[in-house]
Design a protein. Structure first.
Length: 316
Protein backbone atom coordinates (compact mmCIF):
# COMPACT_ATOMS: atom_id res chain seq x y z
CA UNK A 1 0.00 0.00 0.00
CA UNK A 2 0.96 3.65 -0.34
CA UNK A 3 1.99 5.56 2.76
CA UNK A 4 3.68 8.87 3.50
CA UNK A 5 6.74 8.31 5.66
CA UNK A 6 8.37 10.98 7.83
CA UNK A 7 12.05 10.33 7.04
CA UNK A 8 13.32 12.66 9.78
CA UNK A 9 12.22 15.80 11.61
CA UNK A 10 12.15 18.87 9.39
CA UNK A 11 10.20 20.55 6.59
CA UNK A 12 7.54 19.01 4.38
CA UNK A 13 10.32 17.72 2.10
CA UNK A 14 10.82 15.04 4.79
CA UNK A 15 7.42 13.54 3.92
CA UNK A 16 8.16 10.75 1.44
CA UNK A 17 5.69 8.65 -0.55
CA UNK A 18 6.57 4.99 -0.10
CA UNK A 19 5.16 1.51 -0.82
CA UNK A 20 4.94 -0.50 2.43
CA UNK A 21 3.08 -3.54 3.78
CA UNK A 22 -0.51 -3.20 4.95
CA UNK A 23 -0.76 -3.05 8.76
CA UNK A 24 -1.63 -6.22 10.68
CA UNK A 25 -4.60 -5.66 13.00
CA UNK A 26 -4.76 -6.59 16.70
CA UNK A 27 -7.80 -8.51 18.04
CA UNK A 28 -9.49 -5.26 19.18
CA UNK A 29 -8.86 -3.45 15.86
CA UNK A 30 -10.40 -3.10 12.43
CA UNK A 31 -8.57 -2.48 9.17
CA UNK A 32 -9.88 0.65 7.45
CA UNK A 33 -9.45 1.27 3.75
CA UNK A 34 -8.86 5.01 3.87
CA UNK A 35 -11.19 7.20 1.80
CA UNK A 36 -10.23 10.51 3.39
CA UNK A 37 -8.04 11.84 6.16
CA UNK A 38 -7.54 15.25 7.69
CA UNK A 39 -4.56 17.41 8.56
CA UNK A 40 -4.11 19.24 11.87
CA UNK A 41 -1.55 21.76 13.15
CA UNK A 42 -0.15 19.01 15.42
CA UNK A 43 0.96 17.09 12.30
CA UNK A 44 3.33 19.94 11.50
CA UNK A 45 4.55 20.27 15.11
CA UNK A 46 5.37 16.54 15.21
CA UNK A 47 7.01 16.69 11.79
CA UNK A 48 9.25 19.59 12.80
CA UNK A 49 10.11 18.88 16.44
CA UNK A 50 11.69 15.76 17.87
CA UNK A 51 10.18 16.55 21.29
CA UNK A 52 6.68 16.46 19.80
CA UNK A 53 7.52 13.35 17.79
CA UNK A 54 8.45 11.51 20.99
CA UNK A 55 5.46 12.86 22.93
CA UNK A 56 2.68 12.50 20.35
CA UNK A 57 3.82 9.88 17.82
CA UNK A 58 5.78 7.66 20.22
CA UNK A 59 7.55 5.63 17.48
CA UNK A 60 9.41 2.53 18.59
CA UNK A 61 13.18 2.56 18.03
CA UNK A 62 13.94 1.87 14.35
CA UNK A 63 10.27 2.04 13.36
CA UNK A 64 9.30 4.04 10.27
CA UNK A 65 7.33 7.11 11.29
CA UNK A 66 3.96 7.82 9.70
CA UNK A 67 1.95 10.88 10.71
CA UNK A 68 -1.82 11.26 10.80
CA UNK A 69 -4.63 10.37 13.20
CA UNK A 70 -7.86 11.46 11.47
CA UNK A 71 -9.37 8.88 9.16
CA UNK A 72 -12.63 8.03 7.41
CA UNK A 73 -13.06 4.90 5.33
CA UNK A 74 -14.50 1.42 4.93
CA UNK A 75 -13.88 -1.53 7.24
CA UNK A 76 -12.27 -4.37 5.27
CA UNK A 77 -11.16 -6.65 8.13
CA UNK A 78 -12.17 -7.06 11.78
CA UNK A 79 -10.20 -8.43 14.74
CA UNK A 80 -11.53 -11.41 16.70
CA UNK A 81 -12.70 -9.24 19.64
CA UNK A 82 -14.55 -6.66 17.53
CA UNK A 83 -18.34 -6.78 17.83
CA UNK A 84 -19.42 -3.23 16.90
CA UNK A 85 -18.24 -3.19 13.28
CA UNK A 86 -18.30 -5.53 10.29
CA UNK A 87 -16.74 -5.53 6.85
CA UNK A 88 -18.27 -2.85 4.63
CA UNK A 89 -19.14 -0.46 7.49
CA UNK A 90 -18.22 3.15 6.82
CA UNK A 91 -16.46 4.60 9.85
CA UNK A 92 -14.53 7.64 11.03
CA UNK A 93 -12.46 8.61 14.03
CA UNK A 94 -9.33 10.06 15.57
CA UNK A 95 -7.23 6.97 16.04
CA UNK A 96 -4.58 6.30 18.70
CA UNK A 97 -4.03 9.90 19.74
CA UNK A 98 -1.52 10.34 21.23
CA UNK A 99 0.35 7.44 19.62
CA UNK A 100 1.42 5.99 16.32
CA UNK A 101 -1.79 5.69 14.28
CA UNK A 102 -0.05 5.84 10.88
CA UNK A 103 -3.10 7.37 9.20
CA UNK A 104 -1.23 8.82 6.21
CA UNK A 105 -1.75 5.49 4.47
CA UNK A 106 -4.15 3.59 2.22
CA UNK A 107 -5.00 1.21 5.09
CA UNK A 108 -5.12 2.03 8.80
CA UNK A 109 -5.35 -0.38 11.77
CA UNK A 110 -7.77 1.27 14.21
CA UNK A 111 -9.00 0.21 17.67
CA UNK A 112 -12.76 -0.30 17.34
CA UNK A 113 -13.35 1.81 20.45
CA UNK A 114 -11.83 4.88 18.78
CA UNK A 115 -14.41 4.88 15.95
CA UNK A 116 -18.01 5.70 15.11
CA UNK A 117 -20.10 4.82 12.08
CA UNK A 118 -20.12 7.56 9.48
CA UNK A 119 -23.62 9.08 9.36
CA UNK A 120 -25.47 8.25 6.14
CA UNK A 121 -25.47 11.17 3.75
CA UNK A 122 -22.20 12.58 5.11
CA UNK A 123 -19.25 12.48 2.73
CA UNK A 124 -15.99 10.77 3.69
CA UNK A 125 -14.30 14.18 3.40
CA UNK A 126 -16.68 15.81 5.89
CA UNK A 127 -16.41 12.81 8.23
CA UNK A 128 -12.59 12.75 8.13
CA UNK A 129 -12.63 16.44 9.04
CA UNK A 130 -14.86 15.94 12.12
CA UNK A 131 -12.33 13.97 14.14
CA UNK A 132 -9.40 15.49 16.13
CA UNK A 133 -10.71 19.06 15.73
CA UNK A 134 -14.32 18.17 16.56
CA UNK A 135 -13.27 15.95 19.49
CA UNK A 136 -11.17 18.80 20.90
CA UNK A 137 -14.14 21.15 20.76
CA UNK A 138 -16.41 18.49 22.31
CA UNK A 139 -14.03 17.45 25.09
CA UNK A 140 -13.11 21.08 25.91
CA UNK A 141 -16.65 22.45 26.06
CA UNK A 142 -18.68 19.43 27.16
CA UNK A 143 -16.42 17.01 29.07
CA UNK A 144 -14.33 19.65 30.85
CA UNK A 145 -16.12 23.02 30.90
CA UNK A 146 -19.57 21.39 31.22
CA UNK A 147 -21.26 23.97 29.02
CA UNK A 148 -24.83 24.92 30.01
CA UNK A 149 -27.71 26.65 28.21
CA UNK A 150 -27.40 30.42 28.47
CA UNK A 151 -23.64 30.39 29.09
CA UNK A 152 -21.71 33.21 27.44
CA UNK A 153 -18.84 31.52 25.61
CA UNK A 154 -15.87 33.27 23.99
CA UNK A 155 -14.23 31.08 21.33
CA UNK A 156 -10.88 32.13 19.91
CA UNK A 157 -9.79 31.20 16.38
CA UNK A 158 -13.46 30.53 15.64
CA UNK A 159 -12.78 30.21 11.89
CA UNK A 160 -10.26 27.37 12.30
CA UNK A 161 -10.62 23.63 12.50
CA UNK A 162 -11.36 23.39 16.22
CA UNK A 163 -13.05 26.79 16.38
CA UNK A 164 -15.75 26.24 13.78
CA UNK A 165 -16.83 23.01 15.52
CA UNK A 166 -16.65 24.72 18.93
CA UNK A 167 -19.03 27.49 17.76
CA UNK A 168 -21.55 24.94 16.48
CA UNK A 169 -21.32 22.72 19.59
CA UNK A 170 -21.69 25.71 21.92
CA UNK A 171 -24.77 26.88 19.99
CA UNK A 172 -26.20 23.36 20.12
CA UNK A 173 -25.95 23.54 23.93
CA UNK A 174 -27.84 26.84 23.95
CA UNK A 175 -24.89 29.15 24.64
CA UNK A 176 -24.44 32.76 23.60
CA UNK A 177 -21.31 32.61 21.43
CA UNK A 178 -18.69 35.23 20.64
CA UNK A 179 -16.04 34.22 18.10
CA UNK A 180 -12.71 35.88 17.33
CA UNK A 181 -11.04 36.00 13.93
CA UNK A 182 -9.67 38.45 11.38
CA UNK A 183 -12.02 40.60 9.29
CA UNK A 184 -11.98 38.15 6.36
CA UNK A 185 -13.33 35.42 8.68
CA UNK A 186 -16.26 37.48 10.03
CA UNK A 187 -19.00 36.22 7.70
CA UNK A 188 -17.82 32.63 8.04
CA UNK A 189 -17.79 32.74 11.87
CA UNK A 190 -21.28 34.28 11.99
CA UNK A 191 -22.48 31.65 9.47
CA UNK A 192 -21.38 28.92 11.92
CA UNK A 193 -23.91 30.34 14.40
CA UNK A 194 -21.85 32.82 16.46
CA UNK A 195 -23.92 35.65 17.94
CA UNK A 196 -21.04 38.14 17.91
CA UNK A 197 -17.70 38.52 16.18
CA UNK A 198 -14.53 40.26 17.38
CA UNK A 199 -11.79 41.15 14.90
CA UNK A 200 -8.60 40.38 16.84
CA UNK A 201 -6.54 42.56 14.50
CA UNK A 202 -8.59 45.67 15.31
CA UNK A 203 -9.96 45.23 18.83
CA UNK A 204 -8.86 43.91 22.22
CA UNK A 205 -11.31 41.14 23.04
CA UNK A 206 -10.68 41.56 26.79
CA UNK A 207 -11.92 45.14 26.58
CA UNK A 208 -15.17 43.98 24.97
CA UNK A 209 -15.79 40.84 27.08
CA UNK A 210 -15.13 40.51 30.82
CA UNK A 211 -18.08 38.36 31.85
CA UNK A 212 -17.76 35.14 29.85
CA UNK A 213 -18.81 31.95 31.63
CA UNK A 214 -16.35 30.04 29.43
CA UNK A 215 -13.36 31.15 27.37
CA UNK A 216 -11.94 28.60 24.92
CA UNK A 217 -8.36 29.63 24.10
CA UNK A 218 -6.22 28.10 21.35
CA UNK A 219 -3.66 30.87 20.79
CA UNK A 220 0.02 30.87 21.81
CA UNK A 221 1.88 33.29 24.05
CA UNK A 222 0.48 35.72 26.61
CA UNK A 223 -2.96 35.40 24.98
CA UNK A 224 -4.09 33.23 27.90
CA UNK A 225 -3.40 36.10 30.34
CA UNK A 226 -5.71 38.25 28.26
CA UNK A 227 -8.29 35.46 28.23
CA UNK A 228 -8.23 35.39 32.05
CA UNK A 229 -9.48 39.00 31.93
CA UNK A 230 -12.38 37.97 29.68
CA UNK A 231 -13.74 35.26 32.03
CA UNK A 232 -16.02 36.28 34.89
CA UNK A 233 -14.90 35.43 38.45
CA UNK A 234 -15.56 31.76 39.12
CA UNK A 235 -15.86 31.03 35.38
CA UNK A 236 -14.18 28.32 33.29
CA UNK A 237 -11.09 28.73 31.12
CA UNK A 238 -10.17 26.03 28.61
CA UNK A 239 -6.66 26.17 27.15
CA UNK A 240 -5.43 24.11 24.21
CA UNK A 241 -1.84 25.38 24.34
CA UNK A 242 -0.87 27.32 27.49
CA UNK A 243 -0.24 25.51 30.78
CA UNK A 244 -1.61 26.85 34.04
CA UNK A 245 1.62 27.52 35.87
CA UNK A 246 3.50 30.55 37.25
CA UNK A 247 1.83 33.91 36.58
CA UNK A 248 -0.97 32.27 34.55
CA UNK A 249 -1.93 30.00 37.46
CA UNK A 250 -1.72 32.87 39.97
CA UNK A 251 -3.95 35.18 37.93
CA UNK A 252 -6.48 32.39 37.30
CA UNK A 253 -6.54 31.57 41.01
CA UNK A 254 -7.05 35.21 41.95
CA UNK A 255 -10.30 35.11 39.91
CA UNK A 256 -11.25 31.72 41.31
CA UNK A 257 -11.39 30.22 37.79
CA UNK A 258 -11.84 26.57 36.96
CA UNK A 259 -9.00 25.92 34.54
CA UNK A 260 -8.55 23.08 32.07
CA UNK A 261 -5.42 22.57 29.96
CA UNK A 262 -6.81 19.91 27.68
CA UNK A 263 -5.02 17.29 25.60
CA UNK A 264 -7.49 15.64 23.25
CA UNK A 265 -7.66 11.85 23.48
CA UNK A 266 -9.14 9.12 21.27
CA UNK A 267 -12.58 8.22 22.58
CA UNK A 268 -15.22 6.22 20.69
CA UNK A 269 -18.08 7.42 22.89
CA UNK A 270 -17.23 11.04 22.09
CA UNK A 271 -16.93 10.10 18.38
CA UNK A 272 -20.44 8.63 18.57
CA UNK A 273 -21.72 11.86 20.15
CA UNK A 274 -20.18 13.78 17.24
CA UNK A 275 -21.66 11.33 14.72
CA UNK A 276 -25.11 11.91 16.28
CA UNK A 277 -24.75 15.69 16.07
CA UNK A 278 -23.81 15.32 12.39
CA UNK A 279 -26.68 12.91 11.72
CA UNK A 280 -29.12 15.31 13.44
CA UNK A 281 -27.90 18.21 11.29
CA UNK A 282 -26.46 20.04 14.33
CA UNK A 283 -22.79 19.84 13.29
CA UNK A 284 -21.35 20.30 9.83
CA UNK A 285 -17.76 20.26 8.68
CA UNK A 286 -16.50 23.12 6.61
CA UNK A 287 -13.86 21.61 4.32
CA UNK A 288 -12.12 24.54 2.65
CA UNK A 289 -9.51 22.58 0.69
CA UNK A 290 -9.12 19.02 -0.56
CA UNK A 291 -5.72 17.65 -1.64
CA UNK A 292 -4.68 14.35 -3.22
CA UNK A 293 -2.73 11.77 -1.18
CA UNK A 294 0.48 12.64 -3.02
CA UNK A 295 -0.02 16.31 -2.12
CA UNK A 296 0.00 15.75 1.66
CA UNK A 297 3.20 17.88 1.91
CA UNK A 298 1.36 20.78 0.22
CA UNK A 299 -1.61 20.29 2.55
CA UNK A 300 0.72 20.41 5.57
CA UNK A 301 2.33 23.61 4.24
CA UNK A 302 -1.14 25.12 4.03
CA UNK A 303 -2.07 24.14 7.61
CA UNK A 304 1.35 25.23 8.92
CA UNK A 305 0.45 28.73 7.65
CA UNK A 306 -2.14 29.09 10.46
CA UNK A 307 -4.83 30.64 8.24
CA UNK A 308 -6.96 27.55 7.59
CA UNK A 309 -10.70 28.13 7.36
CA UNK A 310 -12.47 25.06 8.73
CA UNK A 311 -10.54 21.96 7.70
CA UNK A 312 -8.02 20.76 5.11
CA UNK A 313 -8.72 17.22 3.93
CA UNK A 314 -6.93 14.59 1.84
CA UNK A 315 -9.16 12.49 -0.44
CA UNK A 316 -7.99 9.04 -1.59
N1 LIG B 1 -4.47 20.61 23.28
C1 LIG B 1 -5.11 19.93 22.35
O1 LIG B 1 -5.59 18.81 22.59
C2 LIG B 1 -5.31 20.53 20.97
C3 LIG B 1 -6.21 19.92 20.09
C4 LIG B 1 -6.44 20.52 18.86
C5 LIG B 1 -5.75 21.69 18.50
N2 LIG B 1 -4.84 22.21 19.36
C6 LIG B 1 -4.11 23.44 18.99
O2 LIG B 1 -5.04 24.51 18.92
C7 LIG B 1 -4.67 25.41 17.88
C8 LIG B 1 -5.85 25.59 16.93
O3 LIG B 1 -6.07 24.37 16.23
P1 LIG B 1 -6.90 24.37 14.88
O4 LIG B 1 -6.88 23.01 14.31
O5 LIG B 1 -8.21 25.03 15.08
O6 LIG B 1 -5.98 25.35 14.00
P2 LIG B 1 -6.24 26.02 12.61
O7 LIG B 1 -7.40 25.40 11.93
O8 LIG B 1 -4.94 26.06 11.89
O9 LIG B 1 -6.63 27.53 13.02
C9 LIG B 1 -6.56 28.49 12.02
C10 LIG B 1 -7.41 29.68 12.42
O10 LIG B 1 -6.81 30.40 13.48
C11 LIG B 1 -7.28 31.75 13.38
N3 LIG B 1 -6.38 32.61 14.15
C12 LIG B 1 -5.04 32.68 14.06
N4 LIG B 1 -4.56 33.57 14.98
C13 LIG B 1 -5.65 34.05 15.65
C14 LIG B 1 -5.82 34.98 16.72
N5 LIG B 1 -4.77 35.60 17.29
N6 LIG B 1 -7.08 35.19 17.19
C15 LIG B 1 -8.14 34.57 16.65
N7 LIG B 1 -8.04 33.68 15.61
C16 LIG B 1 -6.80 33.43 15.13
C17 LIG B 1 -7.27 32.02 11.90
O11 LIG B 1 -8.28 32.96 11.62
P3 LIG B 1 -7.98 34.20 10.66
O12 LIG B 1 -7.60 33.57 9.33
O13 LIG B 1 -9.25 34.95 10.63
O14 LIG B 1 -6.80 34.92 11.26
C18 LIG B 1 -7.57 30.64 11.27
O15 LIG B 1 -8.90 30.53 10.82
C19 LIG B 1 -3.42 24.80 17.22
O16 LIG B 1 -2.27 25.38 17.76
C20 LIG B 1 -3.51 23.33 17.62
O17 LIG B 1 -2.29 22.68 17.62
C21 LIG B 1 -4.61 21.66 20.59
Amino acid sequence: MKAIILSENGGTDKLILKEINKPVIAPNEVLIQTKALSINPVDGYVRKNEIYTKKKLMPLPGEEMILGWDVAGTVVETGSEVTDFKNGDEVFGMVKFPGHAKAYAEYVAAPADHLAKKPAGTSFNDAAAATLAALTAWQGLVTYAKIQPGNKVLIHAAAGGVGHYAVQIAKHFGAYVIGTGSASSKDFILSQGADEFIDYTQEKFEEKVQDADIVFDSIYGDHILRSIKAVKSGGRLVSLLAFFEGEIAEKAKAKDLLTYRIAVESNGEDMKAIAKLIADGKLKSHVSEVYSFEDIPKAQDKVDGGKTRGKVVIAL
